[in-house]
Design a binder for this molecule. Structure first.
Ligand code: PMP
Length: 474
């Protein structure tokens, strides 16, 4: 159908597009379902419409009512456009960390945006969710969509996304690959494909590395929308009820690096501009396809387009700042200069415990030690958000001598140092440090979005001078 009597009728019916270059040499046919062809630009238009229609049916949303939700992106746009068309007020709660363009987009649809800033665990009275609940309680006619827990979210996909894939492949689909944020897409689509195929279709969750869905510690990742993160001080990890775990046959984890690389390649080689979580899904689909046969048909769902990511995954400067290096140039980098793994001490330790535990060479007693949340207190690369501050062993010894042994380490820490990408040349890194943070004596070095070491200003100065001399000698 191509003639619609309203914008909401045009939600769904998105195309399945064959992937050629990236799937070259693989036996199965691999398709992506381009959910960015929905009117609001993402898969979330389906859930938004489904949730609003269900609320109208059960009476929780009435004419003149207000649609409320906590979201940093696509769900807000979907709700805003459906609310605009149906004459509801839309109020979106989000964090001011989100891109200005996303706020403008919500405003364009006439939605109101409430910015709440608090890095606190779920359920905390200062959280976004608590602010939205207070607003709903105080506002007559207000209804919170609740995408994480409402059955209307997966139901929207069971009614539309799944049957579309089944019909468009003529029942030939054998594997469905999607990421899970709320879990609505994979649960509803997967359930419906299993029903239609009498259990034959395999459902695979493509999960960002670190997401707790596939067994990670819930630490933050760079791919938005997909996976499940946990606040470092949360007491429990609560999963959304929209995610029906029994639908998933297998999980494939995909690193930020792999997802970004595949998304960038899909644009350049296949002409398909994918968002980050679509990159996650396609990367998993291609890996899966390596072990399948010529009769298999793999469908990966692309939740949104790379247009939402032009200033992130497709921006060379954004990537360089976070240490994502995709070309093998032999230019000088920080690679050989960092002490890895980054020296660290956990936030929950007391000063006395930290002094006893820190095994540092005496030469390094004045060197920066990252103060990290408990889950990052091993040897693995550290997500930048898990660094609560920085301290030196000398400072902790002084505090201990002054009788502060029972204080927590973090009470004696300074602000977390700035970060620099590992692919930077030493003089570029030094110039960046000087410009933004003239007082800093060190920076954390990021590779593929995580801290792999700490570099001091002294080292940067030494190597910048050396490369100057080399340049002069040439
Ligand atoms: N990717 C993107 C870009 C999204 O906005 C979302 C929705 N939050 C998802 C993936 C995951 O979809 P779902 O919430 O249906 O699991």
């Amino acid at each position: 159908m191509v003639l619609y009597e309203s914008v909401i009728e045009s939600i769904g019916g998105t195309p399945l597009v064959r992937v050629h270059q990236l799937a070259a040499g693989l036996r199965p046919r691999v398709y992506v379902k381009l959910e960015y062809q929905n009117p609001g630009g993402s898969v979330k238009d389906r859930a938004a419409l489904g949730m609003i229609r269900a609320a109208e049916r059960d009476g929780s949303l009435r004419p003149g009512g207000t649609v409320v939700e906590v979201t940093s992106g696509n769900t807000g746009v979907g709700l805003a456009l459906v609310a605009a068309h149906l004459g509801y007020r839309a109020v979106i709660f989000t964090s001011s960390q989100i891109a200005a363009e996303k706020i403008r987009l919500l405003h364009a649809y006439g939605a109101e945006v409430r910015l709440v800033d608090a890095f606190v665990p779920k359920g905390h009275p200062d959280s976004l969710g608590a602010a939205a609940d207070r607003f709903v309680a105080e506002t007559p006619g207000a209804w919170r969509a609740g995408q994480y827990d409402t059955p209307a979210n997966p139901a929207a996909h069971a009614e539309s996304t799944g049957p579309e894939i089944w019909a468009d492949t003529g029942g030939a689909v054998t594997h469905f690959v999607a990421s899970a944020g709320t879990g609505g897409t994979i649960s509803g689509t997967g359930r419906s494909l299993k029903t239609l195929s009498r259990g034959a279709v395999r459902v695979i969750a493509a999960d960002p590395a670190g997401s707790s869905y596939s067994g990670g510690d819930g630490s933050p990742k760079h791919i938005e929308g997909a996976g499940h993160t946990v606040h470092p001080e949360a007491e429990e990890d609560v999963w959304p009820q929209s995610f029906h775990l029994d639908v998933v046959d297998d999980y494939l984890t995909v690193t930020d690096r792999e997802a970004i690389l595949i998304a960038r390649r899909a644009a350049r080689e296949d002409g398909i501009l994918l968002g980050g979580s679509a990159g996650t899904a396609l990367a998993a689909a291609l890996r899966l396809a390596e072990r399948l046969g010529p009769d298999d048909v793999v469908v990966a769902l692309a939740p949104d387009s790379g247009r939402n990511a032009l200033s992130t995954y497709y921006d060379d400067e954004w990537l360089a700042e976070r240490g994502f290096v995709f070309d093998d140039s032999d230019a000088p980098t920080l690679g050989g200069l960092v002490d890895a793994p980054a020296p660290r001490v956990a936030t929950h330790l007391t000063v006395a415990e930290a002094v006893a535990r820190l095994r540092l060479d005496e030469r390094d007693a004045a060197a920066p030690v990252l103060v990290v949340y408990r889950r990052s207190d091993g040897e693995a690369p550290i997500p930048a958000a898990d660094v609560a501050g920085v301290v030196a062993l000398d400072e902790l010894r002084k505090a201990l001598a002054a009788g502060a042994g029972h204080d927590l380490v973090r009470e004696h820490a300074s602000l977390a140092p700035p970060t620099v990408g590992i692919g930077r040349a030493p003089d570029v890194a030094l110039a960046g440090l000087d410009a933004a943070h003239p007082d800093w004596i060190a920076a954390s070095v990021l590779r593929d979005g995580r801290i792999v070491g700490v570099i001091t200003r002294e080292t940067l100065v030494a190597h910048s001078v050396r490369s100057d001399r080399l340049a002069m000698a040439r």
